[in-house]
Write a protein that binds this ligand. Structure first.
Ligand code: GLN
Length: 543
């Protein structure tokens, strides 16, 4: 019988519920269990695709094209699960489904209410996660976004309370991730906010089985552990001290040392089988031994949200591990190059340049200047999605002499639309879920950098864009600008340019897809890995 672990949050948000859920998944997989994992988000957006990443953090994209919460990125990086549309449900999506059923008359004249109709829909989403899995899932982990006590979370928590009763209490485990702040003046960790938060959870009828305490730089003492256990009615060894852990990928090992996975399995009445974490431990050891630092400039819009490009940051870390270096990724506001600063000065101390994904026209001209500098000065350059489109504009303007070449996203009237709307995007009015999304086949060309990096002919990578390279300019770009198309998406009579590169450059490569979404610490993404290797070579040559 499938077991369920529910991960709730207490006191404040952003304390690492997602990483905790992902870590538990990883530890359970290491013991040979088949797991599934999902996130329930209490906001009203149908999905996070329409949310500003500078406010909410990155939109993570799955193989099947779901635009999801960035916590799903943690799930895929820590576990072997491939997530899907079913792996993330929001209040908006759930109400949407219920309202559509109501319009179709499926409720047979009943008054449609939060309980039971919304809670039923939530429970059916949880059940449907495992419904069509070929192999039986042993343990499902479900993270609930937000914080206990929020108005928005109530229907979700009520649904979980009912779910527990329906499948039998021994098949459910509630893990509550909470903040235990350190009060400098008193010189101690304070457990009171945790007690209050557990009380709120109990008011709704949920008693946590495990409490994961975020303690900042402190570690819970046995006394504090016991105090929380007593007040919250949880066994001492089910109180986990989750202090800030470095490196980030050592977090599951901290949980393992405190037997989090064993505690959960014991609650389910399962004898914990042997655990094999050798690959993960080897990866963390290698990470700990890194002694070089690479400086990469990420040229883009000004950002003040650390998580806006979460997967890119992580993919660089993964590529660093296999190249035995750490990556100091510094965000450079591209508008600086529009206000007179010279990329040659600003980028002088960097070993590589990234132009990443983005939307809207702000800072575009500055990005083009940064690419031009990277190309001319033979500085390794990596473009992702918008970054590829920018690279094409740079080549068209400066090597083909098409001075006003542009993307129709930024200048609908441009005389040279090097980048234009995908044919299937024409006429689309709704913004939510309508981009070219998810994994597509990409065929790599012989004797190219991309083919060498991947070591195979056919790859599959994830997309999230509306614009494409305009094939009307293909011949000129290949002949007169030296652009090599190293990856194509075959599409009958209209092949899509997926990767472009330059042959006479140490490393100039840009992809229309988002390679960052498939990178994991145990399987670094090939283009990131190769780019980092090239940037290291550049650093060494510089001396
Ligand atoms: N704005 C561009 C497009 O829609 C690029 C999108 C992106 O970088 N994800 O095609």
């Amino acid at each position: 019988m499938t077991k369920y672990v529910f991960v709730t949050g207490g006191v404040v948000s952003s304390i690492g519920k997602g990483v905790m859920a992902a870590s538990l998944g990883m530890l359970l997989e290491a013991r040979g269990f088949k797991i599934a994992i999902m996130k329930l988000d209490p906001y009203i957006n149908v999905d996070p695709g329409t949310m500003n990443p500078f406010e909410h953090g990155e939109v993570f994209v799955t193989d099947d094209g779901a635009e999801t919460d960035l916590d799903l990125g943690h799930y895929e990086r820590f576990t072997t699960c491939t997530l899907s549309q079913k792996s993330n449900a929001t209040t908006g999506g759930i109400y949407n489904a219920v309202i559509q059923k109501e319009r179709r008359g499926e409720y047979l004249g009943k008054t449609v209410q939060v309980i039971p109709h919304i809670t039923d829909e939530i429970k059916s989403r949880i059940r449907s996660l495992t419904a069509d899995q070929e192999e039986e899932v042993d343990i499902v982990i479900i993270e609930i976004g937000g914080t206990v006590g929020d108005i928005e979370s109530l229907p979700f928590l009520e649904a979980l309370r009912q779910f527990r009763l329906e499948i039998g209490p021994p098949n459910c485990c509630f893990c509550h991730v909470t903040l235990v702040p350190y009060i400098e003046a008193a010189g101690e960790l304070k457990t009171k906010p945790t007690q209050h938060s557990v009380r709120s959870l109990r008011d709704i009828g949920i008693q946590p089985n495990v409490i994961v305490c975020r303690t900042g730089t402190q570690t819970l003492s046995d006394n504090e552990r016991h105090k929380i256990a007593m007040f919250c009615d949880v066994m001492d060894d089910a109180i986990i001290s989750a202090e800030d852990t470095s490196p980030f990928y050592a977090i599951p090992l901290n949980f393992k040392n405190q037997k989090l996975d064993e505690t959960v399995l014991n609650l389910f009445g399962i004898d914990p089988p042997e655990s094999d974490l050798s690959d993960w431990i080897a990866m963390v050891d290698r990470l700990n031994k890194v002694d070089k630092t690479l400086r990469i400039a990420a040229v883009g819009k000004y950002i003040d949200h650390d998580d806006a490009y979460k997967s890119i940051n992580e993919a660089f870390d993964h590529a660093g591990i296999v190249n035995d270096c750490s990556i100091d990724l510094q965000w450079i506001d591209s508008e600086r190059f529009e206000k007179g600063e010279d990329p040659a000065d600003v980028l002088a101390d960097f070993d590589g340049v990234l132009v990443g994904p983005g939307f809207g026209s702000r800072g575009i001209e500055g990005k083009i200047r940064a690419v031009q500098h990277a190309r001319e000065s033979k500085l390794p350059f990596f473009g992702i999605c918008l970054g590829m489109q920018i690279a094409c504009l740079e080549l068209a303007r400066n090597l083909l002499g098409l001075k006003n070449a542009n993307s129709t996203e930024f200048d609908p009237e441009t005389p040279d639309p090097i980048i234009s709307l995908l044919t299937e995007q024409k006429g689309i009015k709704d913004m939510g879920g309508t981009m070219r999304l998810g994994a597509y086949r990409c065929e790599l060309q012989e004797n190219t950098r991309a083919r060498a990096a991947y070591g195979k002919d056919v790859i599959s990578e994830r997309h999230r864009h509306r614009y494409e390279f305009n094939n009307a300019y293909l011949e000129a770009m290949q002949k007169d600008a030296g652009m090599v198309v190293s990856g194509w998406h075959p599409k009958g009579d209209h092949n899509l340019v997926e990767i472009v590169e330059l042959a006479d450059h140490p490393w100039f490569c840009a992809a229309q897809f988002h390679p960052e979404f498939k990178s994991t610490p145990l399987k670094p993404q090939p283009l990131f890995k190769d780019f980092v290797a090239a940037a290291l070579a550049h650093q060494e040559a510089r001396g």
